[in-house]
Ligand binder design. Sequence first.
Ligand code: AMP
Length: 395
Amino acid sequence: MKTLNDFNFNNKKATIRVDFNVPLNANFDVTDTTRIQAAKHTIIKVLEDGGSCILMSHLGRPKGKQNEFSLQHIIKDVVDVIGCNVKFVEDCIGPKAEEAAANLEPGEILLLENLRFYEEEKNGDLAFAEKLSKLGDIYINDAFGTAHRAHASTTIIAQFFEDKKCFGNLLAREIESIDKVLNNSEKPVLAILGGAKVSSKITVIENILDKVDHLIVGGGMTFTFIKAQGGSVGDSICEDDKMELALEILKQAKEKGVEVHIPVDVIAADDFDNNANTKVVDVTQIPDGWQGLDAGPKSLENFDEVINKCKTILWNGPLGVFEMESFAKGTIALGNSIDNATKNGAFSLVGGGDSVAAVKQFGFADKVSYVSTGGGAMLEMLEGKSLPGIEAILK
Ligand code: AMP
């Protein structure tokens, strides 16, 4: 696996695919610079070697050239975060981009305009990728968030660089962290899968059963498993057409020696509302008119015990409807248990889908070993798929 350390960028122009798809408010101000910060290490390494950086990214989902999606809006934030001047060119290919890249001196940064102003980017167009490739000497992919897409700048471009391509620091760390959980893990290994539906996590569960010793299933998925085993789930979210699948998962887990832990009690509410009436009930006896919206105290005790005996922990998806304060306690307690286990030496990885939102909201981001930056990309890796953006560098 080629990384930044395999190159000396002195007098070289590095074309870096970054993920600067940052959130903007109505005034086009960046409201969260996490993704820019995530690329800093790679950019600084190139500059410190005596090279220059050509940064390319997409922003939002423009239809053609739309000023509201211009990367011009983020220049100030890139300057602030990286701490250097940034040149900008209002195109990503063509004469203007070529001239700006040709004039780039060692120690300088050039930011290209939004790649998705060209539909060729998402179409993975070969000619477009070739034009992009002409700008620099070495290609670095540091955009984990788009590594599962075979777009021109994330995948197709790599073939024009033969051995002059590598992973940036962020992408390398993402790959290493997932590898540490799935393939090179210290046992016992635990996966915690929460979230709304079995259907969106099924491929992850199936792939993960071969890798883990313990599986905690929580969140809305709980009720499909409980009803499938004959329990009463009241008005809780439940996918009746996935009940057979749930039983099959439990059977497979047993065959593979994986211990599955499902909530035994829940916080049931008489409405999907923060101010609803609530009561703690046995997960198999939820009355009609009531729905389980968070894990109950006994379940949290059980989960804490499992978490604290595991050495590798993967967490994807909340235990309850954490967006409402009344049903966030389970997710917070789970985060605290993982925090504890991490302090005692476990490796903990959080990511995939919207998990990161919950982790950030409750301040757990600094307490786990690694927070993945790519929701969809991470989920696909957990499903056991190989990502085109990663494959293209390895080829
Ligand atoms: P996912 O994107 O699949 O990880 O699902 C996250 C969503 O699952 C969050 O928006 C939660 O509100 C939701 N969720 C978690 N537990 C439940 C539950 N018991 N009932 C309904 N939705 C839930």
